[in-house]
Design a protein around this ligand. Structure first.
Ligand code: C2O
Ligand code: CU
Length: 467
């Protein structure tokens, strides 16, 4: 088995055409209204080469990625979670605007679930769209080992596309060694934590290497892309295969699918994009940074039943920020390699070189790393918040606010994304300043962090309080 570099990867992938069609993503079963979700060790092959070895990973219900959980908007979901891992964990429902006690953040909204124990998550998703779930304790390690899965909230009413026209693709970036196994020795590497996070050398879709997915020929097909990578910002080019944007982070764009007028489309860690295509020919989904890297292959079938036509989703009922009654806050992001030399405090201590090494804290919001003792900002329920975020670091970040979607109001510097859309995670380029606004309409403690999970672990982590 050759060392897997990006160039070898393409060579190996060339043989993928011989692979049989990949079965569609598994859906979680509901028994008597309860979804059982079990986290446990699982052996799984991450590379399709014959001589690649299986990796010892952690997964949900024995799958990498976890089963796709399908919920209905406005209907209560009950998910009984059991932890059969050797360490505590919890499950976060990324992007769902649900009750704080169900948000699944270990140490903030709940106690981590200990090995052998269970926790029942009960919530009612208010918004239809594409979401995902993942471990939220030592996420940098647990998510990197496979603890994530897709989540679809179907609209309360209205037509839905049948399963062969509706595909969820949960994409992950793995760092494989020469045997095609997850390189666990480099988990937690300081070099990753203080730079761009843990980047891999191999991409999977729904846990499969170079899968072949059947689409309905000439009909409307929805591709729900989820970036489950620890830190990789995927660069995609949907225009290459005629893909138009239906939704970002679960929230549909207004009125009709749009064509992006810039390329590539950046999909940061935790972000989702729903694409609509009417495929006429087989094609591949490619990562286009540097040399194009095809990692998912689409074939066409005509289907046994009549194809269903596309209807653009209705907007979810999101609270619109007030333009007159806003509270303004600002957060300055500092730290990391090649960063500013501003002071960083951690648990009251000003970190010097030895302090960085000992604490493994390298990043800060407003000069403080991993501020968990108190909220970084506190507001009353119903208040519109205007939050200015200034990235004074030398790296891009993927900023996520729990429990709310927000509007991107403006950005300066090099734009990296589409403007004026609802998001739950936004990319911010080095030295860029972005202003977001949202109505703090969900009471509780809500994490605000970088979704490059190594950055969150090493300082880019704080929470806001709504009371
Ligand atoms: Cu995907 Cu703290 O979350
Ligand atoms: Cu970051």
């Amino acid at each position: 088995m050759p060392q897997i570099s990006r160039r070898d990867a393409i060579k190996i992938i060339g043989g993928a055409a011989a692979l049989v069609a990949t079965p569609p993503a598994l859906f979680a079963k509901e028994v008597d209204g309860v979804v059982e979700l079990i986290a446990a060790p699982v052996s799984h092959k991450l590379h399709h080469a014959e001589d690649a070895l299986a990796s010892n990973l952690w997964g949900y219900n024995g799958e990498i990625s976890g089963p796709v959980i399908k919920l209905r908007q406005g209907r209560e979901a009950i998910i009984r979670f059991t932890n059969l891992l050797p360490e505590p964990t919890s499950v976060h429902w990324h992007g769902l605007r649900i009750e704080n006690s169900m948000d699944g953040v270990s140490g903030l909204t709940q106690q981590a679930v200990n090995p052998g124990e269970s926790f029942v998550y009960k919530f009612t998703p208010p918004d239809a769209g594409t979401y995902w779930y993942h471990a939220h304790n030592n996420s940098w390690s647990q998510v990197a080992r496979g603890l994530y899965g897709g989540l679809i909230v179907e609209p309360a009413s209205g037509p839905a596309l049948p399963e062969d026209q509706d595909h969820i693709l949960v994409i992950d970036d793995w760092r494989l060694d020469a045997n095609g196994q997850l390189d666990k020795d480099s988990l937690g590497a300081q070099m990753d934590w203080s730079h761009g996070g843990r980047l891999g050398n191999w991409l999977t879709v729904n846990g499969k290497s170079a899968p072949k997915i059947m689409l309905r020929s000439g009909a409307a097909n929805l591709l729900r892309l989820v970036n489950a990578s620890n830190s990789r910002v995927l660069e995609l080019d949907p225009l290459k295969f005629g893909g138009r944007i239906v939704a970002f982070d679960g929230q549909p764009v207004p009125e009709e699918p749009i064509e992006l007028h810039y390329r590539p489309l950046l999909l940061g860690p935790a972000q989702r994009v729903d694409l609509l295509i009417y495929p006429e020919n087989p094609f591949a989904l490619e990562e286009v940074s540097g040399q194009a890297f095809p990692f998912c292959f689409f074939e066409l079938a005509s289907g046994a039943t009549k194809a269903i036509g596309y209807t653009h989703p209705r907007p979810n009922d999101l609270p619109f920020p007030s333009s007159t009654d806003q509270l303004e806050f600002s957060i300055r992001m500092t730290g990391g390699a090649m960063g500013t030399l501003d002071d960083i405090y951690y648990q009251g201590e000003k970190l010097d070189m030895a302090g960085f090494q000992r604490t493994q804290q390298f990043w800060a919001f407003n000069g403080v790393a991993n501020l968990m003792e108190q909220p970084i900002l506190a507001v009353k329920h119903g208040q519109t918040v205007s939050l200015q975020i200034e990235n004074s670091t030398a790296f891009m970040h993927a900023m996520h606010l729990h429990g709310h979607h927000f509007l991107i109001e403006d950005r300066d510097g090099d734009g990296v994304e589409h403007d004026s859309l609802w998001r739950d995670t936004f990319l911010i380029a080095p030295r860029q300043t972005t202003r977001i606004s949202f109505v703090a309409d969900n009471v509780g403690k809500w994490l605000f962090h970088c979704h490059m999970l190594e950055h969150a672990a090493s300082g880019m982590n704080a929470w806001i309080e709504v009371n």
